[in-house]
Ligand binder design. Structure first.
Ligand code: CP
Length: 308
């Protein structure tokens, strides 16, 4: 039987192409399950999962919780804001206390890059990274590639441009790793100040002109400017950012071909993307959210099968 090459999902960087294809074929099965009238399967009936969120989330938290419940796992939710972290308890103490209540898997979002990697070395549970600072957001990249595959038939050979705040984006980094692993061509486009200096060493090209980038691509993944991770101004004004790197319907309609529009959410409507583009028939933003549940079911199911 096929299994993942890893015990934890800490980043796309640690996966193989075969792992990604196994996650996708497993997600195909679960997507069929969640579209049945009875959406639940008993696959994780003996597994307990803690969702440990030290940072805000709407999509990822709900999607993991739904995925866990659809698999019949027992679920506990922890939000740092209402916990003893506020009294100074450390990450390891917090998680070890949760694990002593016989928890098998931890899904964690944390503002510090590498928090999941650190935890995996110190606690005895399967760890799933639900976003660690500006480092990785592996399940987002998996659901993004899965959505491209669903819409265009394949990821290999497709031209994908990631637009916006690449510097602070864990979604960008995980997407670059996932897309390159599957043989897609990747460009990034955004203000020079929001492009990391090392970006070309990841095998991606930089295109500063948004119109050129959009005319080249099959898929544009529009990212949010992550103001919460910025302590200085990276561009003069939001208005200028929108003029140079935002997409609106006039720009979309003037392109040489029909492209697919993606966004990981949350959207800043009117900044990186206008409402008439986000809600257009070229947008697969809500398909991404729907696919997130099937992808997370696949990841949890495959990791649980490796727990001794
Ligand atoms: N895409 C994503 O991670 O959204 P949330 O921050 O709402 O989970």
């Amino acid at each position: 039987m096929s299994e993942l090459s890893v015990k934890h999902l800490l980043g796309i960087k640690y996966l193989t192409e075969k792992d990604i294809q196994l996650i996708f074929s497993t997600a195909d099965h679960f997507k069929e399950v969640i579209n049945r009238s009875i959406k639940k399967v008993p696959s994780l009936r003996d597994i307990t999962i803690a969702n440990v969120f030290f940072e805000n989330s709407t999509r990822t938290k709900l999607s993991f919780e739904l995925a866990e419940k659809r698999l019949s796992a027992d679920v506990v939710n922890f939000s740092a804001g209402q916990s003893s972290v506020k009294k100074g308890e450390t990450l390891i103490d917090t998680v070890n206390n949760i694990l002593s209540m016989k928890v098998d898997m931890v899904v964690m979002r944390h503002p510090n890059p590498g928090a999941g990697i650190f935890l995996a070395k110190h606690v005895d549970a399967a760890i799933v990274n639900a976003g660690d600072g500006a480092h990785e957001h592996p399940t987002q990249a998996l659901l993004d590639s899965y959505s491209i595959r669903e819409k265009l038939g394949d990821v290999a050979g497709k031209n994908v441009v990631i637009v916006g705040d690449i510097l602070h984006s864990r979604v960008a980094l995980s997407n670059i790793f996932a897309l390159k692993l599957q043989g897609a061509n990747v460009k990034v486009c955004g203000p020079k100040t929001l492009l990391p200096k090392y970006i070309e060493s990841l095998g991606v090209e930089v295109e500063m002109d948004l119109r050129k980038a959009l005319n080249w691509c099959d898929v544009a993944n529009m990212l949010r400017v992550q103001n919460e991770r910025m302590d200085i101004s990276y561009f003069p004004t939001t208005r200028e950012y929108t003029q140079q790197f935002g997409i609106n319907k006039a720009l979309l309609n003037s392109l040489d071909k029909e492209i697919v529009i993606m966004h990981p959410g949350p959207i800043n409507r009117g900044v990186e993307i206008t409402s008439d583009v986000a809600d257009s028939k070229q947008s697969i933003i809500l398909n991404q959210v729907e696919n997130g549940v099937a992808i997370r079911m696949a990841v949890l199911y495959l990791l649980a099968s490796k727990i001794k």
